[in-house]
Design a protein around this ligand. Structure first.
Ligand SMILES: NC(=O)c1ccc[n+]([C@@H]2O[C@H](COP(=O)([O-])OP(=O)(O)OC[C@H]3O[C@@H](n4cnc5c(N)ncnc54)[C@H](OP(=O)(O)O)[C@@H]3O)[C@@H](O)[C@H]2O)c1
Length: 282
């Protein structure tokens, strides 16, 4: 039930029709009995400025930002959180009485599953495959948490550019794809931040299975399917594995906490994860 105090949250992107965020947020809002509603808005690039003006005018409390607006939205906001500033991308907007603040909860969402499992990051070596928006958030998160990061990308210039941009946050380098076997051998954590393995091309994997070994944690940002080929092969070879659905849910939980001031425990988040996975599996 809505009433005259109900506040609005939502998602802007293009397309948004298949987004899992409305399922996740509506589930958590209802469970916590919070008087908010979460809607998905398809917003074209041309209408982005108008959408933000509307957010201000209507007092919409918060918006998630997804493809293709995560970077385009940056110059349209009043302020950025340190994470959003560092990454150059925003996935959460908070409306503070008309001041629009851009934040990035992908970093927090990425680190949380590692923290829950007690997998140490500080002082370790991580290999991030990919150099797009997700890789930027992951590499920044890892550097902030004290890891050494190697970025490997199909287009090497993009990896070099990202490493250069993040170098003020810690030890980060770029390497060509041919260097992957050596880097993975030396690393404790391997992250897939590319769409390789994503539905419908689920036969793909960014690394050869021979590189996977016990003692390595393999983290795949792809969440559809929840168990990618990479994760299956990693599990079979004794690696610790983390799927992208966990990051997706935790980044959403963090956004909801910022917007509403509520706090969600692990049990509620686990229930939300099961709910979202059920939606994904149809
Ligand atoms: N779990 C989560 O919460 C979460 C959050 C964000 C993103 N993601 C997932 O992370 C993935 C990347 O997202 P993004 O936003 O970073 O995308 P993006 O900005 O478009 O970057 C894609 C990256 O993947 C590389 N790539 C694409 N196709 C490839 C292929 N066939 N072989 C090798 N490399 C390839 C690209 O390399 P080039 O530079 O050579 O083009 C680029 O570095 C997507 O699957 C997305 O769904 C998950």
């Amino acid at each position: 039930m809505t009433d005259s105090r109900t506040r609005l949250l939502g998602l802007i992107g293009d397309p948004v029709e298949h987004s899992l965020s409305p399922h996740l947020h509506s589930f958590l809002l209802e469970r916590a009995g919070l008087n908010y509603r979460y809607l998905a808005f398809r917003v074209s690039r041309d209408a982005l400025g108008d959408a933000l003006a509307g957010m201000r005018a209507l007092g919409i409390r918060g918006l998630n930002v997804t493809i293709p607006h995560k970077e385009a939205v940056v110059p349209l906001l009043d302020r950025l959180s340190p994470e959003a500033e560092a990454i150059g991308a925003v996935n959460v907007i908070v409306n503070e009485d008309g001041t629009l603040v851009g934040a990035n909860t992908d970093t927090w969402g990425f680190l949380k599953p590692l923290e829950i499992r007690g997998i140490p990051v500080r002082g370790g070596r991580a290999v991030v495959v990919g150099a797009g928006g997700a890789a930027a958030a992951v590499a920044y998160a890892l550097l902030s948490a004290g890891a050494e990061v190697a970025i490997v990308n199909r287009t090497p210039e993009r990896a070099r550019e990202l490493a250069r941009r993040l170098s003020r946050f810690g030890p980060v380098g770029a390497a060509p794809v041919e260097a992957l076997p050596g880097l993975v051998r030396e690393a404790g954590l391997l992250v897939n931040a590319t769409p390789v393995g994503m539905w419908p091309r689920t036969e793909g994997s960014p690394v050869h299975p021979s590189l996977l070994r016990e003692g390595l944690t393999v983290y795949d940002l792809v969440y559809n399917p929840p168990e990618t080929r990479l994760l299956g092969e990693a599990r079979a070879r004794g690696c610790a594995v983390i799927g992208g659905l966990e990051m997706l849910v935790w980044q959403g939980v963090r956004a909801l906490e910022i917007w509403t001031g509520a706090r969600f425990g692990e049990e509620e988040v686990l229930a939300a994860m099961k709910h979202v996975e059920g939606v994904l599996r149809g």
